[in-house]
Design a binder for this molecule. Structure first.
Ligand code: NAD
Ligand code: UFG
Length: 348
């Protein structure tokens, strides 16, 4: 019998890619998403890509803070595991509107965990982030590094990790995998699904992509005086399809009777500077990306990249794609969908 997986936030960027890999892997998948930062079009594209497996996908427009709606879902279907992506993720917005972030990310998660427990579903994969390493004193970041939050968004990730550790301590029937993502980029190679941020992108590659399709005049490079190879910030960019596959590996790992509450980095283990990433994108797209050199963005770390040993060893997973493939696939998505899932009028 195929396993039944509930995916919160499954219409979003990482969620949609993961839902596709789940379907192709033979899982039954139920998506809940309030579409706050996504479009139902991503779900229909996933259906197209999944072909005959698409009959195993259902979608419910539900906010995780809507307890009765969650209850209804869990009383109709017995879920084997939950992959929990749903949350708000803009660092700057979280500084401006901390209560919005605590309400959405914390209350949403607590509701989900309570309903799961009430229905005897105690298997969880949670989207954490490398942001919990704060400004790491050294690299690569291993899972044992001290944890620190540098903004309200990061604090929601840290709090949820701690909540997960606590519920596992209180009830060892819980099996929980906390995945700390580094910098997800790229898109499905078909060009049918990808990242479609609302408003001005906060992150590097969505911004680069919008410059390449003519929606923005230039990329502002935040910081040229870091102690790095070319003075710009260094990150661990990971292809979103590799990241999605990491979730399949995690769901499988939940079947291991020895698993308790475990944390894994999902990255490539390689650091790439802003200028290197821009050069790779220019090569992949044939487009020139005009640059405006600027001061550091407040709160940014100089160099962050992952130690990937634990995930490789215990999840039997590793990232297959490099930055050339990430940029190639991001460009296929961008050139075919310059306005994401919307139209020139529906976006800014
Ligand atoms: P995304 O915004 O594309 O996807 C999140 C989805 O959750 C959206 O579809 C949104 O509509 C939905 N959502 C938000 N609040 C909800 C609620 N209360 N109820 C139901 N649905 C809700 O973001 P993403 O990049 O796919 O990120 C997925 C997860 O991974 C997030 O938890 C994010 O914090 C985490 N993460 C992302 C990155 C990154 O750089 N993209 C890095 C580290 C961690
Ligand atoms: N950058 C620019 N110009 C831009 C945007 C970014 O130069 O317009 C630079 C940044 O200064 C940084 C690098 O590009 O050096 C990457 O920046 P991103 O905003 O793409 O990614 P961050 O590593 O800063 O943050 C991301 C997510 C966070 C998450 C963190 C760790 O946005 O939510 O990765 O996972 F916490």
């Amino acid at each position: 019998m195929s396993k039944n997986i509930l995916v919160s936030g499954g219409a979003g960027y990482i969620g949609s890619h993961t839902v596709l890999q789940l379907l192709l892997g033979g899982y039954k998948t139920v998506v809940v998403d309030n579409l706050d930062n996504s479009s139902e079009i991503s779900i229909s594209k996933v259906r197209e890509l999944a072909g005959s497996f698409s009959t195993n996908l259902s979608f419910h427009k539900v906010d995780l803070r809507d307890r009765p709606a969650l209850e209804k879902l869990f009383s109709k279907t017995k879920f084997d595991s939950v992959i929990h992506f749903a949350g708000l993720k803009a660092v700057g917005e979280s500084v401006q509107k901390p209560l919005l972030y605590y309400d959405n990310n914390l209350i949403g998660t607590i509701n989900l965990l309570e309903v799961m427990a009430a229905h005897g579903c105690k298997n969880l994969v949670f989207s954490s982030s490398a942001t919990v390493y704060g400004w790491p004193k050294e690299v690569p970041c291993t899972e044992e590094f001290p944890l620190e939050a540098t903004n309200p968004y990061g604090r929601t990730k840290l709090f949820i990790e701690e909540i997960c550790r606590d519920i596992h301590r209180s009830d060892p029937e819980w099996k929980i995998i906390l995945l700390r993502y580094f910098n997800p980029v790229g898109a499905h190679p078909s060009g049918k699904i990808g990242e479609d941020p609302r408003g001005i992108p906060n992150n590097l590659m969505p911004f680069v992509q919008q410059v390449a399709v003519g929606r923005r005049p230039a990329l502002t490079v935040y910081g040229t005086d870091y102690s790095t190879k070319d003075g710009t910030g260094v990150r661990d960019y990971i292809h979103v399809v590799d990241l999605a596959d990491g979730h399949i590996a995690a769901v499988r790992k939940l079947e291991d009777p020895k698993i308790g509450c475990e944390v894994y980095n999902l990255g490539t283990g390689k650091g790439t500077s802003v200028l290197e990433m821009v050069a790779a994108f220019e090569k992949a797209s044939g487009k020139k990306i005009p640059l405006v050199m600027a001061g550091r963005r407040p709160g940014d770390a100089a160099i962050v990249y992952a130690s990937t040993e634990k995930a490789e060893r215990e999840l039997n997973w590793n990232a297959k794609y490099g930055i050339d493939e990430m940029c190639r696939d991001q460009w296929i998505w961008a050139s075919q969908n310059p306005y994401g899932y919307g139209s020139p009028d529906s976006t800014n």
